[in-house]
Design a protein. Structure first.
Length: 282
């Protein structure tokens, strides 16, 4: 019996690399289409973001900023979707700005999917897309001082003064909460330095995994209420709001792919060990 097991391991260890690529590809693709629902436990950083949103009163004014593009969409977009879903479920008023030009396209996709198709909300009364303005941190400073000087119209060309939910909203201090979906500069750090800290408006953020170390000092100091760290953070947030989505299926795919890679490494090392021992006998 042991002989057959050894021969099986040896055959797996010598399998053509093209078959390995195929197996890993299937390990990634299948969970995306057929999520496994692997257990997900939220970290403290993710829980703090959830709690901060939960503490908001209904009809609170929330500023959500989109600062990412197609290259970082797999990490950031799932958390942006989850945040919007949570805010709209709790009947919050959502105001969307974009510090990146690509962020406007990401925001339009997210709002179409969640606000329009899923919740059937009314534009201008439940949510508004102010859109992109060039200037990096100067845009944040402009929002702090006077929104109407920076935005005379929204992303759809409607005069800001004609949008019902823009009544009595003139600067960042008029908002109750800020969330930054950020992939880099300008993004979370600029919102902390030029908006949240000077005005006292609480904020949370979601970033790419590689950016977490840069933002974590602000989280630890209490300047930022929690952080969603890449796709794992998105999946954890989806679990907290009870709405599995792209983040959850993405983590399923990552987990299975990593498991398959580890198994191939194990079989490869066992094969090497067995063949080395056999070579010593001859």
């Amino acid at each position: 019996m042991m002989k057959y097991i050894i021969e099986l391991i040896l055959s797996i260890g010598k399998v053509d690399r093209r078959w390995i690529f195929l197996v890993i590809g299937l390990a990634v693709l299948l969970p995306l289409f057929f999520p496994l629902g692997l257990p997900i436990r939220a970290t403290n950083a993710t829980q703090r973001v959830y709690d901060a949103v939960e503490e908001l009163e209904p009809n609170s004014k929330v500023l959500v900023s989109f600062e990412y593009g197609p290259s970082t969409k797999p990490e950031i977009h799932p958390m942006a979707i989850a945040i919007l879903r949570h805010l709209f479920t709790n009947s919050q008023k959502v105001y969307v700005t974009c510090l990146w030009p690509d962020g406007q396209f990401m925001a339009e996709d997210a709002l179409t999917e969640i606000a329009e198709e899923e919740y059937g909300l009314t534009y201008g009364e439940d949510y508004v897309l102010l859109g992109f303005r060039p200037g990096n941190e100067a845009v944040v400073k402009g929002l702090v001082s006077n929104i109407r000087k920076l935005y005379t119209t929204d992303a759809r060309g409607t005069l800001v003064d004609q949008i019902p939910m823009m009544a009595n909203v003139n600067k960042v201090k008029d908002f109750d909460f800020i969330f930054s979906a950020s992939a880099g500069y300008p993004g979370t750090i600029e919102w902390v330095q030029y908006a949240a800290d000077p005005t006292g408006v609480p904020m949370s953020t979601g970033t790419t995994s590689i950016q977490v170390n840069d933002v974590m000092p602000y989280v630890q100091s209490g300047q930022v209420k929690g952080i969603l760290a890449g796709m794992p953070g998105a999946a954890e947030y989806e679990a907290l709001i009870g709405s599995p989505g792209i983040g959850t299926s993405g983590m399923d795919a990552q987990s299975i792919a990593h498991l398959v890679i580890v198994l191939f490494i194990v079989f490869g090392n066992i094969t090497y060990f067995i063949e080395t021992q056999r070579a010593k006998k001859y």
